[in-house]
Design a protein around this ligand. Sequence first.
Ligand SMILES: Nc1ncnc2c1ncn2[C@@H]1O[C@H](COP(=O)(O)OP(=O)(O)OP(=O)(O)O)[C@@H](O)[C@H]1O
Length: 623
Amino acid sequence: MAEEKRQFQAEVGKLLDIVVHSLYSNKEIFLREMISNASDSCDRLRYAAITEPDLLDGGSEFRIRLIPDKDAGTLTIVDNGQGMSHDELIANLGTIAKSGTSEFLSRLTGDAKKDVTLIGQFGVGFYSAFMVAEEVTVISRKAGEAKGWKWVSDGKGEFTVSPADEAARGAAITLKLRDGEKEFLDAFRLKSIVKRYSDHIAIPVTLKDGDTDEETVNSANALWTRPKSEITPEQYREFYHHVAHAFDEPWSTLHYKAEGAIEYTGLLFIPSSKPLDIFHPDRKQHVKLYVKRVFITDDCEELLPPYLRFVRGVVDSQDLPLNVSREMLQHNPVLSKIRTGLVKRILGELKKKSEDADGGYDAFWTAFGPVLKEGIYEDFERKTDILDLCRFRSTQGDGLTTLADYVARMKDGQDAIYTITGDDLEQLKKSPQLEGFRAKGVEVLLLTDPIDEFWVSAVPSYAEKPFRSVAAAGADLSAVKAPEGAEDSKEDEAPADQLTTLIEAVKLALGERVKDVRASERLTESAVCLVAAEGEMSMHLEKMLRAHNQAPGERARILEINPRHALIKGLAARVKAGGTDGDVEDAAFLLLDQARIIEGEPPADANAFARRMVSVMEKGLLG
Ligand SMILES: Nc1ncnc2c1ncn2[C@@H]1O[C@H](COP(=O)(O)OP(=O)(O)OP(=O)(O)O)[C@@H](O)[C@H]1O
């Protein structure tokens, strides 16, 4: 087969453009990426060979070799891992399969400085080679295949693929270094980069410097098997970067050996910044499974529940068999015990961190709270532990509060934990449904994560206090005393008979557009608001579902009117005196539309709304 010329996928083209022209100061990380990929490839082959030993034809001693060639100005990174077939070369080195890519690209601003920071966070993997190389050649033969292939590119939009008969199993990646990047041919420099970033790689990384013997330059033992006291924070950090393909600092590092009925070692990390794909619908967990130091899989759903998918790291089991297959991992009793142990450890670590005032727990919560909250209704046994870890905004103070602190602040006579859900904190703070609660000094939790809608309706209570929405009927505040001087007085209200007549008139005018019309206990300033009937879907949830085309038609809501509001009092007096007329009907519709607008809904009929508004304004201003 002759040489094939191919275009990079458009996204890769964009990415490469930035990589090639980037002023990224930390270019040496390209080597970490190459070694990391080589090590992953060896791990995969070692595991595949457990069931298919023939794949190891050509040797079972895995090794990653660095070969600088000063005369040619090239650095070659060679591994004897699983290699890539013709099609894999094209797919893996011509496209980006990484989730979060499009979001990453959309965040790029064109401002080199800002984009470089983003690149550092996203990680460009193999493509980082183009930061230092003007041309990259990959010669690869996939384990078990007879033919090898050569991939060549200058990173400017195209690459070529052609047969390479001489290829050995694995991959040899040759970087033709740009002028100015020749430092990466220097043995001392290379050794120090390997020590810094790749010392923990469990496979030997060797360096061949000119005519000298090949020398191993890393420790070549799995980091998690070393005693904690011998591991430096930098080594933990670099291992995290390798295992998580991440580029931030780990916020928390958890390294322990479980002994007893089940033996395993866990080296787990909680990132400090949110990965772009944390809300990917697959909700995959990201801890790698090893058995007796042999990599098994990075895709073992049974290892951790989805609500802990922000955790990165490795688990190395002593009890599972080396030839454990994917099927055997499902419903595996050893694995389910490991999972229970991991969940307990991670939640325990979070609890410890949450109690440390300087531990940065609020930042963790902001990044991962919405994920952790999924556990409130998915992990019944741990529900209370997770609720204890939750933090909320509330109507009291600007900071975050725990539920325990909320309960401690509850007023005499308050029998529930009050919540309100919405998209935006500032909007939520202005909700009319909060007025009565504010007036009585009753704190309300302001819930703005989409997930909140689901757990508040699924969890009945915390510390025996039920959760109750202030935007639903049935939130009864009559038993809570108002602060002195702020008591409601019946004298401020429209007289009962007038109010009843008004309510009847509004009901008649609005018909099925509302479920009911009631005098409100919760309004103090606004004239009207809408609330959901007890037990019915909240208005915010309905709106969310509708945005995803999932809700049935709009439900009629209860319109609450404020009997203390001047407008309502005036209307009530007028209806009582003069009966219902067109003006009262217009007012009823305008009040409903107003309540809808406050909820972020458009008026039911925009034309009719405008017409009524004009008519009322004309009468008010001109008549
Ligand atoms: N030395 C190698 N041997 C075999 N396959 C490789 C090698 N280097 C890269 N690949 C393949 O190319 C793919 C792309 O590599 P790249 O480093 O860009 O991304 P990644 O490792 O998947 O993710 P990340 O960007 O997070 O590092 C890898 O997933 C792997 O399949």
